[in-house]
Design a binder for this molecule. Structure first.
Ligand SMILES: Cc1cc2nc3c(=O)[nH]c(=O)nc-3n(C[C@H](O)[C@H](O)[C@H](O)COP(=O)(O)O)c2cc1C
Length: 177
């Protein structure tokens, strides 16, 4: 799949729709350099501090949390529909216990601008460097969200990743349908 550099706003609608349908793959290397991928259904792209930013929410129980804490980098990868079963696997098993990419039949290579893996055959990918993080505070949450998303605690850490590079395949939006 030939990828070209894009503006971070390009293919926005298709990426957001993919996130709500089958999830996106949030990827990072662990301390030993093993690539890991975790499915995410929550996140946002925007402009903060005058820079393009991906905000992702990661619970401390996730292996991905350890990985991002270690490297300070991540990628966000938008998968095609035929990667749906790989997304389900990456969203239910932990890279703490196995090489999840191998188990899911996914291949990766190192990103160009950050120390994080990119999943091959994803039509849109973003390379991000953490510039800030903060933790979701139970005392500041509405009762609705507290009782819905945090019955077991495990309050997300929100990572703000400066988008250093965004790449897409030609016709990425239709490939994501
Ligand atoms: C559709 C879907 C969306 C998910 N979204 C998130 C999310 O935004 N944040 C999060 O911490 N976990 C989320 N998860 C759960 C993680 O993907 C799951 O716990 C995963 O096994 C963690 O992998 P890891 O331990 O290798 O990091 C989601 C799972 C699915 C199936």
């Amino acid at each position: 799949m030939t990828m070209s550099r894009i503006s971070f706003t390009e293919h926005y609608a298709a990426v957001m729709e993919t996130m709500t349908k089958r999830g996106l793959l949030l990827c990072a290397y662990d301390a030993k350099g093993k690539p890991n991928a975790m499915t995410i259904g929550w996140g946002a792209v925007g402009s903060i501090w005058g820079i393009p930013v991906w905000m992702v929410l990661v619970r401390p129980s996730r292996y991905t949390f350890e990985c991002i804490e270690h490297t300070g980098c991540f990628t966000v990868n938008a998968p095609t529909e035929d990667m749906s079963s790989a997304c389900a696997m990456c969203g239910s098993r932990s890279g703490r216990d196995e090489d999840k990419l191998a188990a899911a039949g996914l291949a990766s290579h190192k990103a160009q601008h950050v120390l994080a893996p990119i999943i091959e055959h994803c039509p849109v990918v973003y390379e991000c460097q953490v510039v800030h993080s903060n933790d979701v505070l139970p005392s500041k949450l509405s009762d609705e969200i507290l009782s819905g998303a945090y019955v077991n605690g495990d309050y997300h850490r929100v990572y703000y990743g400066k988008i250093l590079n965004a790449m897409a395949a030609k016709d990425a939006s239709s490939l994501l349908k």
